[in-house]
Design a protein around this ligand. Structure first.
Ligand SMILES: NC(=O)c1ccc[n+]([C@@H]2O[C@H](COP(=O)([O-])OP(=O)(O)OC[C@H]3O[C@@H](n4cnc5c(N)ncnc54)[C@H](OP(=O)(O)O)[C@@H]3O)[C@@H](O)[C@H]2O)c1
Length: 221
């Protein structure tokens, strides 16, 4: 199977959280991100063919997912949503950049049709989006390098399926706490030490007041 080279890029607090509370937009904590760190994020966006977020991030944050604080072209925006549940006034449905909605055969036809009037919609999977198949289809469509900007459910599913090559973290110098607050990786979690994913620190440096760490995922050994 072919798949894009895939990099998870995320802002995380000292305690590994992605946002202030479950259901709250991460734009709140991102207000505290320096210009230099913002530029780092947008420079990465300008270097990839595709940028993906989970549907819950679209519903909660309503991001644009475009390149604004760096030179370069907008990547194709890609959102998996098993029931084609994307609000029709979402910013990613506007014409700033190409968008692909990835849904399942089970999605309500009227929702699929409404989205198709605005952007490209592809179906991968019977009841939910088959992420492995999706990656193959995206590769064939020319998405050779993909950046994933969360959230924690999508991150978990991509990581557990062995679909991620790197993680790059922009560390936010504060703590938010909260047991139910989404962390970098959610889902069921690995159940034993044999299963946990190992990573190798490839680089660490500062951008403004933010530590940046870049990790390579090691699926074997
Ligand atoms: N700090 C950061 O860098 C950052 C970045 C992004 C998001 N966030 C925050 O993270 C939170 C959202 O995270 P989240 O974990 O709730 O949701 P998420 O990972 O953004 O989205 C999960 C949703 O994606 C859709 N999906 C479809 N197929 C899937 C599959 N095979 N595997 C996984 N997901 C699939 C499902 O929605 P359907 O029901 O439509 O199928 C699922 O509920 C928000 O609070 C947001 O602010 C933070």
């Amino acid at each position: 199977m072919n798949r894009p080279y895939t990099i998870i890029v995320s802002e995380v607090t000292i305690d590994g959280k992605l946002t202030l509370k479950r259901g709250v937009s991460s734009k709140e904590i991102m207000k505290f991100m320096d210009e230099e760190a913002t530029r780092y994020l947008h420079q990465l966006r300008a270097k990839v063919d595709g940028i993906m977020v989970g549907a819950e991030t679209i519903r909660t944050d309503n991001p644009f997912l475009t390149v604004r604080y760096a030179e370069g072209n907008n990547p194709t925006r890609i959102v998996p949503t098993s029931k084609a549940d994307i609000p029709l006034d979402s910013n990613i449905l506007e014409k700033h950049a190409p968008t692909i909605i990835v849904t399942s055969e089970n999605a309500p036809e009227e929702k699929v049709k409404a989205l198709e009037e605005k952007v490209e919609v592809i179906k991968c999977g019977a009841n939910e989006v088959d992420l492995i198949k999706m990656m193959d289809v995206l590769y064939e469509k020319g998405i050779k390098k993909l950046m994933v900007e969360g959230g924690s459910t999508l991150n978990w599913n991509l990581l557990r399926l062995g679909l991620v090559d790197e993680i790059r973290l922009i560390h936010m110098p504060f703590i938010v706490g909260g047991e139910d607050t989404p962390t970098l990786v959610g889902g069921e979690g690995f159940q034993s030490l044999d299963e946990i994913l190992k990573a190798k620190l490839r680089a660490h440096f500062l951008r403004g007041s933010h530590l940046i760490t870049e990790w390579e995922i090691k699926y074997e050994d």
